[in-house]
Design a protein around this ligand. Structure first.
Ligand code: MN
Length: 145
């Protein structure tokens, strides 16, 4: 069962958003890693090879689009699904986000249902996380991590 639970790297510099995303995801049984720093995001992605990356576009130094381009340029991280999390009100355009190599995007403010639907389109809950496995009877006790 080495593939479970699935791990999601949250790249987000806004602490309130990090808390929200982490709580939602961990509540669904996903494991999370987090950073608000672009270069650390690249290092964490390459070191941990998460199953999905949530990428805030608006980061302090290097934009999430540039981080995405760099991850797409490295064969180790090329295939990891990346979902941009962005406020289009900040001037980013959908085409620009997808052209950078992101597979999908979620607009801020985050709608929990739409957010989960997007994440689960990449990592179906019945196959990848603790809650789904518990429903299938695979997990019988709490995993205390
Ligand atoms: Mn931000």
């Amino acid at each position: 069962m080495a593939d479970y639970p699935k791990r999601i790297l949250i790249v987000e510099d806004n602490k309130v958003d990090v808390r929200l995303l982490k709580d939602i995801l961990e509540g669904r049984g996903y494991e999370t890693l987090q950073t608000g720093d672009a270069l650390e995001a690249i290092n964490l992605a390459l070191a941990n090879l998460p199953d999905l990356i949530l990428m805030d576009i608006q980061l302090p130094d290097i934009s999430g689009l540039e981080v995405t381009r760099r991850l797409r340029g490295d064969e180790r991280s090329r295939g990891i699904p990346i979902v941009a999390v962005t406020a289009f009100a900040m001037g980013w355009h959908e085409r620009e986000v997808l052209d950078s190599g992101c597979d999908a995007y979620i607009s801020k403010p985050i709608s929990i249902l739409r957010f989960l639907r997007t994440v689960e389109s990449f990592l179906p809950p019945e196959s990848c996380c603790r809650e789904g496995l518990r429903q299938q009877g695979v997990f019988t006790s709490h995993n205390s991590r």
